[in-house]
Design a binder for this molecule. Structure first.
Ligand SMILES: [Zn+2]
Length: 467
């Protein structure tokens, strides 16, 4: 079926021409975009469905490059509200070890729903903690993503370096290498779709230098390259990680990855806060991507990634909301605003990024991180992933001189009006289609409470208190 989206207040293409079309239209044919234009659409469009876009900005769906959906049930935990990364993780492993398939299903629906309502049409996820007996959690997430209709790149995360091997996590939440690699193979076999327009693609994602052995890093890279899937991990997030790598591996994190063969155009890395100028250039030369997560980096006091240097070097840079234990929401438009503000904390204006650059990272930059040239822009042949933002609102009154910038400068006030993914409308009138939100929230709260009870009981610490 053909869909005509017409009379938009503004169409923002984010294609190479970076067109902004007042009074524009978009024609969708099935699962792809057929036409983008200005003014009155030609009668030959012959649409079966017409969407009135008056008062709305139409732009490509946003791409989220880093998340941990299960954390949606462990937001703003009192014990770690003021904790830096290593303390935060050590406390939260005790909560996360109580994760079940039911918890992941509820958490994924909450997080994916929030992403859709804030304009995100493609997201990744990084799930790396598999409690014993709960080995199929990524399959649960994939089913939830299919239900909600979001394009999904889950990564098979892993931890193999427990405390007895000098790592940060407790030994009973890490897995052995054979189990990890076997399950990675299974997920690729059962779920990875390499075709253009794919709704599900798998990537492999050992968790971090302080929770994974170098041997697993190497073997994971070999497996990914054998199957043509991408690689992801956390890197250079904190100065504690720098110190850890110097002590454990005798070099800083980027050099550690370089030695392992983990820099390249099939790799994207979360955070990359602590990079030298040479390291940023190396990312550009090798095409290594970065998931920039400014809210999380502020929340945990980690710092701000050198995004201006990475962009200047030509490295792919996308935006990531990161997990909800360090954000604490899955709001993509808010993340674009945070990216705008994050680089303005110092006096050096040469590091500032513009609203258009922030939206570029949230669309094209993210698509490049995920290795996709079929999403992130409104142009013929692209997947039909697009969003309509209602601008006839008090928040946007007086902002008509630059509506694209207004979407980033204005604190995001309310849900995106319409979201289409792969030609299917999944948010309509600011509501998720086919989701009972009240029941979902009640279910998520119930499971979150039981996780707090369990962790408090097992550790003797009160997870509802600040101490
Ligand atoms: Zn993360």
């Amino acid at each position: 079926m053909r869909t005509l989206i017409r009379d938009a207040r503004l169409v923002v293409t984010m294609d190479d021409a970076r067109r902004r079309i007042p009074g524009g239209y978009v024609v969708v044919d099935g699962e792809t975009i057929a036409e983008v234009g200005a003014g009155e659409p030609p009668p030959s469009v012959n649409a079966g469905r017409t969407i009135d876009a008056r008062g709305k900005v139409v732009l490509p769906g946003l791409v989220n490059t880093h998340h941990h959906l299960p954390q949606t049930l462990t937001r703003n935990i009192p014990r770690v509200q003021e904790a830096p990364l290593f303390t935060w993780l050590t406390e939260l492993y005790e909560l996360w070890r109580g994760t079940t398939a039911d918890a992941v299903d509820a958490a994924a629906r909450v997080g994916l729903g929030e992403l859709l309502l804030t304009g995100c049409t493609t997201t990744t996820d990084h799930l790396y903690l598999f409690p014993r007996g709960e080995e199929r959690l990524i399959d649960v997430e994939i089913a939830a993503a299919r239900d909600l209709g979001i394009r999904f790149h889950p990564t098979r995360g892993s931890m193999s370096r427990g405390r007895s091997l000098g790592g940060l996590p407790p030994d009973d939440v890490v897995q052995d290498e054979g189990t990890i690699l076997e399950d990675s193979r299974r997920l690729i076999r059962e779920h990875h779709d390499p075709r253009p327009g794919a709704m599900t693609r798998i990537a492999l994602a050992p968790c971090s230098p302080f929770s994974v052995t170098d041997d697993l890093m190497r073997r994971t890279a070999d497996l990914a390259r054998e199957h043509g899937v991408r690689l992801h991990t956390h890197l250079a997030e904190t100065l504690d990680e720098d110190a850890y790598c110097l002590q454990m591996y005798g070099c800083r994190p980027v050099e550690y990855l370089r030695r392992l063969g983990w820099l390249g155009s099939d790799v994207w890395l979360a955070h990359c806060v602590h990079l030298s100028a040479d390291e940023a250039r190396l990312f550009g030369e090798t095409g290594t991507g970065v998931a920039h997560c400014p809210s999380s980096n502020f929340r945990l006091g980690s710092g701000t990634a050198p995004v201006r240097a990475l962009l200047a070097a030509g490295a792919p840079v996308g935006l990531g909301v990161d997990g909800s234990a360090s954000n604490d929401s899955s709001n993509m438009l808010a993340e674009a605003r945070q990216a705008l503000l994050a680089h303005r904390t110092g006096a050096d204006a040469s590091r500032w990024i513009t609203a258009e650059e922030s939206l570029w990272m949230a669309t094209r930059g993210g698509a490049r991180c995920l290795g996709r040239d079929d999403i992130g822009a409104l142009a013929p042949g692209q997947a039909a992933d697009l969003i309509l933002v209602e601008t006839r609102r008090l928040s946007y009154a007086g902002a008509s001189s630059d509506l694209l910038a207004a979407l980033v400068f204005t604190p995001f006030p309310e849900p995106v009006h319409t979201v289409m993914v792969n030609g299917r409308i999944v948010v309509d009138g600011g509501e998720l289609v086919g989701v009972d939100v009240e029941a979902l929230v009640a279910r998520a709260d119930r499971i979150a409470e039981s996780m707090l009870d369990r962790a408090s009981r097992e550790t003797g610490r009160d997870y509802r208190s600040r101490r």
